[in-house]
Design a protein around this ligand. Structure first.
Ligand SMILES: Cc1cc2nc3c(=O)[nH]c(=O)nc-3n(C[C@H](O)[C@H](O)[C@H](O)COP(=O)(O)OP(=O)(O)OC[C@H]3O[C@@H](n4cnc5c(N)ncnc54)[C@H](O)[C@@H]3O)c2cc1C
Length: 429
């Protein structure tokens, strides 16, 4: 993105030539004909499409400022492509947003090791989240806060976004030896004739993200009264929440900018809801999961994960596939899973319903299996948030004493708040 991007800001200030680079990663983009639905092994086609739209928009925004996006295609390891470009273009300073996902940490370490060995200066600010997860863990005595309340108490106020408006950016430097390709089309990545059914109603990109955010925040009363558990998960034409998650995931929208715009709305209203249910409270949930995931070894699995209850889940391939493919026979569950496959986005409470159904509520199947399906198909697929919510919903971590049951039939009829009981794990089937 161009707004609130401290890495871009630093690059712009340090050099007369700036190379804005995005590397296409085959790990996520190489089509896999054997996958259960169109896409690669790790990303459904709706998310691949969203990414390409976001890159095209970023390129257009950079061009308006006298620059452009340089799209590199990695053959295998993204870090190799970055290191080659650093060397070939004789780069003096590398600026990139830090990323706490284990895959990204390992990738970025390979690049920063290369930069250190080559005398290249590195600037890698924390700007994907409101806070720096490492700082919060340090403030909390070296451990991540494990409750939302303690997280909020430790975190305080997030830094202000960098909101300087640029009239131009430095031009790109010499790219000798590199063929400058435009952002590829889906077909150019090897995706054949795709049915229209995999086109979600949300277009990728910073332009769309800012428009969507402004439209949501225009309704000040809606923002002031926002209470997450009260939204209607079956509202499709006008979703009950902002649908900004895919834009936050891909960095098209800055979480800090969004947070501060919400605060501006709060200042102009007499009263407003508070965390955890408020709109600003949702962004704090995001940071909560980022912080816990960063400070918890093996956060993404049951084994070796100290905060995860060890549960003897059942193996049942047939039931799992029925759930994944929307063939359980429960219309509410099946509709949500079909929405996942086609759009890659569902309301939070709809996600609750199907996650609860797969795990402790009904099928008693391992949360990691459900997590994998979400991870591949969601357009907002996010390592920290997805794992955190699956840990939560399967009663494996954060929340074990009281059970919220989502009856697969009556929940859809009411379509609002879940039934709460404290009865322990029960089956609805
Ligand atoms: C099983 C399960 C898996 C999930 N996987 C993901 C995922 O991979 N990626 C993802 O972004 N969200 C995930 N969520 C959280 C949540 O459902 C989505 O963030 C939300 O529905 C996105 O819609 P929105 O942008 O309209 O949210 P809004 O209600 O408008 O909230 C604004 C922003 O706050 C953040 N947010 C909202 N709810 C949560 C939450 N519970 N935890 C953390 N951050 C939150 C998101 O960034 C969101 O865009 C998951 C939830 C469940 C139950």
């Amino acid at each position: 993105r161009v707004h609130d991007n401290p890495a871009l800001d630093a690059a712009r200030r340090s050099a007369a030539r700036v190379y804005p680079v995005f590397v296409l990663d085959p790990r996520y983009l190489r089509p896999d004909p054997a996958a259960p639905s169109p896409g690669s092994a790790r990303a459904g086609v709706a998310r691949v499409r969203f990414l390409l739209e976001s890159l095209r928009d970023l390129d257009a925004r950079l061009r308006r400022l006298g620059s452009r996006l340089l799209v590199l295609r990695a053959r295998d390891d993204v870090s190799d492509a970055v290191c080659a470009a650093l060397k070939d273009w004789n780069i003096g300073k590398l600026c990139f947003e830090s990323d706490t996902e284990p895959y990204a940490l390992a990738r970025d370490k390979r690049v920063t090791d290369f930069a250190a060995a080559s005398g290249i200066e590195v600037f890698s600010p924390v700007s994907h989240t409101l806070f720096d997860p490492a700082e919060i863990i340090e403030k909390n005595g070296g451990r991540p806060p494990l409750t939302y309340q303690s997280f909020v108490a430790t975190a305080g106020e997030p830094p202000k976004p960098v909101m300087e408006k640029y009239s131009e950016l430095p031009p790109i430097g010499d790219t000798g030896g590199y063929e400058l390709l435009p952002v590829p089309k889906l077909e150019e990545l090897g995706y054949g004739d795709l049915s229209q059914e995999y086109i979600p109603p949300f277009r990728g990109g910073e332009t769309e993200a800012l428009k969507r955010m402004r439209e949501s925040l225009q309704d000040k009363e809606w923002v002031a009264k926002f209470e997450k558990p009260k939204g209607d998960p079956s509202a499709f034409l006008k979703p009950a929440t902002t649908v900004l998650s895919p834009y936050l995931k891909f960095g098209c929208l800055s979480a800090r900018y969004f947070y501060h715009c919400i605060q501006d709305v709060y200042r102009s209203t007499k009263t407003h809801t508070k965390p955890p249910v408020s709109l600003a409270g949702q962004l704090l949930w995001r940071d909560f999961f980022y912080t816990v995931s960063f400070g918890t070894p093996n956060f993404h699995q049951m084994e070796g994960n100290k905060i995860c209850k060890q549960i003897p889940w059942r193996e049942n391939g047939e039931l799992f596939v029925a759930w994944r493919d929307g063939r359980t026979g429960y219309p509410w569950i099946d509709a949500i899973m079909i929405q996942l496959r086609k759009w890659g986005w569902m309301h939070h409470l709809a996600r609750h319903s199907v996650a609860c159904f797969l795990t402790r509520g009904d099928l008693y199947i391992h949360w990691e299996q459900g997590r994998d399906v979400f991870e591949r198909l969601l357009i907002d697929s996010d390592w920290a948030i997805n794992n955190g919510n699956w840990l939560w919903l399967s009663c494996s971590s954060f929340f074990y004493q009281s059970i919220i049951e989502f009856t697969p039939q009556s929940h859809s009829e009411r379509s609002t708040t879940p039934t709460e009981t404290t009865s322990g794990i029960s089956s609805q089937c």
